[in-house]
Design a protein around this ligand. Structure first.
Ligand code: AMP
Length: 215
């Protein structure tokens, strides 16, 4: 059963957490453009150097920088059984690019899932978010704490707070999200692909998406 998903939502809406769980449960490829860009920054190449300044300030990396990276990733073998695009598209231009790219490789989107959360939840979640350097598992100091402080339950990797999860950068990321999001939602609504999850949290989202996997 091949299913291709797009996960849309504000930073901190829980897209990454749910994408990780769902991709593991159903052997889907989890493609987080934020993770791909952070890997590029770590590698230290030209793309990484350009992306770094955008990520640090909470601005979007220009579409042309990100388009080739996503196109290559979608062609990888592990996407054959289905994929979750987590955090892409984030502009209408990216949605259009993605549609063209998918046509070129003979694939399509089954569902564009919109995780709706209020700003207070986003700010609360991001200020308490911890990520594992080893396996990328996501924790929350309040709601999903690790068993031992600073250590990943899954791989014993070190937990860290993302440098762009600061109040100032979060404010800028939220502003950008609200500016860009409506046209993306309209784009997928017109195509009959939008699946909205109001007051999204991990358990509710997983329940809805498991049903979607069966459909
Ligand atoms: P995320 O991990 O999804 O919160 O993304 C972290 C940062 O990476 C964002 O604040 C942007 O600077 C950049 N980024 C991730 N995905 C995209 C995208 N689809 N388009 C442009 N920039 C992106």
């Amino acid at each position: 059963m091949v299913k291709n998903f797009i996960f849309i939502g504000a930073p901190g809406a829980g897209k990454g957490t749910v994408a990780k769980l769902l991709s593991e449960e159903y052997a889907l490829a989890h493609i987080s453009t934020g993770d791909l860009l952070r890997e590029e920054v770590k590698k230290g190449g030209e793309l990484g150097a350009q992306a770094d300044a955008y990520i640090k300030s909470g601005r979007l990396v220009p579409d042309e920088l990100i388009a080739r990276m996503v196109a290559e990733r979608l062609r990888a073998d592990d996407c054959a059984a289905g994929f979750i695009l987590d955090g892409f598209p984030r502009t209408l231009g990216q949605a259009e690019l993605l549609e063209r790219e998918l046509v070129a490789i003979g694939k399509s989107i089954d569902s564009a899932v919109y995780f709706q959360v209020c700003d207070e939840d986003v700010i609360r979640r991001l200020s308490a978010r911890l990520i594992c350097r080893g396996c990328g598992a996501i924790y929350n100091q309040q709601s999903i704490p690790p068993k031992a402080e600073g250590v990943c339950d899954c791989c014993a990797g070190e937990l860290y707070q993302r440098s762009d999860d600061t109040p100032e950068t979060v404010k800028s990321r939220l502003e950008i999200f609200y500016r860009e999001n409506d046209p993306i939602i309209a784009f997928y609504q017109e195509r009959g692909l939008l699946l909205e999850i109001p007051d999204a949290n991990k358990d509710k989202s997983m329940k809805i998406l498991r049903e979607k996997m069966k459909a």
